[in-house]
Ligand binder design. Sequence first.
Ligand code: PMV
Length: 317
Amino acid sequence: MPAFSASAPGKIILLGEHAVVHGYPAIAVPVTQVQAKAIIQANPSGERGSIHIIAPAIGLDSEFGQLPEQHPLRATIQLTLNTLGISHVPACSLQINSDIPVASGLGSGAAVTVATIRVLSTFLGRSLSDQQVSSLVYEIEKIHHGLPSGIDNSVVTFKRPIYFVRGKPIETLKVLQPFTLVIGNTGIASPTSLTVQDVNRARQENPQWVNSIFDEIARNTQRARDLIENGDPDSIGPLLTDNHQLLSELGVSCKELDRLVQAALESGAAGAKLSGGGRGGNMIALVAPHQVQSVIQALKEAGATATFSTVVKQNSN
Ligand code: PMV
C-alpha cells in the first residue's frame, strides 16, 4: 500500500508584523531549511473511519476522534473532510514530523496544517487549490492565534515571497536579487496570541500613538518592497533595524531579542530585528554572504539557542 507525503516550509516575516493584523502591509518569505512533513498510509486492518495520528515532536500518539474537538490536528482533519464532503475515511495512520520550532515566529502551526490538509486530500483522491488550502489553514490559525492576519497561511501555502495586506489578494514580491538572512532563536517560546492581544489593547487605549507606530512600520515595509523589487535588497538593513526599534516601543521585544539584534549589528549585519509575534522566538539579520559565519558565531555567544542562514529568492524549492 503506497504512502503519501506532503511537506510545507517555515516562514519569517521580514517587515510589518503586528501592524499587519490591523490592515497595514507586511512582507513574508518562506524558509525551506525547516519543514513540516505529513505522511499517510492506509491501514487495511484498521476500522473504517479510524485515523491514527502520531506526532513525535509533541508527544502525540492518538486516535483522531479521541482528541478534543478544538485540538488543531483534529480540527484540521475535520475541516478538510467537511470541505471534501467526505464523512468516513478508509482506516489510515498519519505521521507528522516537523523541525520548525514551535511558538517562535517560524510558522510551525501553519506548516503542520498545510502538510496535513495536502496529504489527507491527496490520500482521499481529491486535490484542493492553493487558495482553498490557504483558507482552511486560516480557520485553523484562529485556534492558534485568535486574531490572525492571514499572512502565515498565505506565505506557507503559496511558498513564495509575498507582500500582504489583510483582506486583499496576496501579491507576489519580486525578488530580483537574492539576499541572505541569518536567523537566531532566543529559545523562548512565546505564544503570538498574547502579544497580538497586548498590542490590540494598547491600540484601544491609545490609538493615535499605536497608529503612528504602525504608519512608520508601513513606510518601512513599502520602502523595503521598492528596494527589493528594484534589485537593491542590500539596502533594506536600516529599515529592519528601525522596525525592531518600533516593535520595541510597542512592547513586543524582550532583552534576549534585543541582545541578539545588537550582537548581529555589532558583528557586521546590515540590519536586524525580531520576527513574528515577539517577546521570544526568532530574530533575523541581513548579512552579506561572507559574513554568515561571523554573525552566527556572534549570535551564539549572545545566547542564541539555534541559528541558521537562508537565501531569500523568487522561487524556493
Ligand atoms: O506567527 P508569528 O509569530 O510569526 O506572528 C505572526 C505575525 C503577527 O503579525 C504578530 C500576527 C499575525 O497574525 O499577523
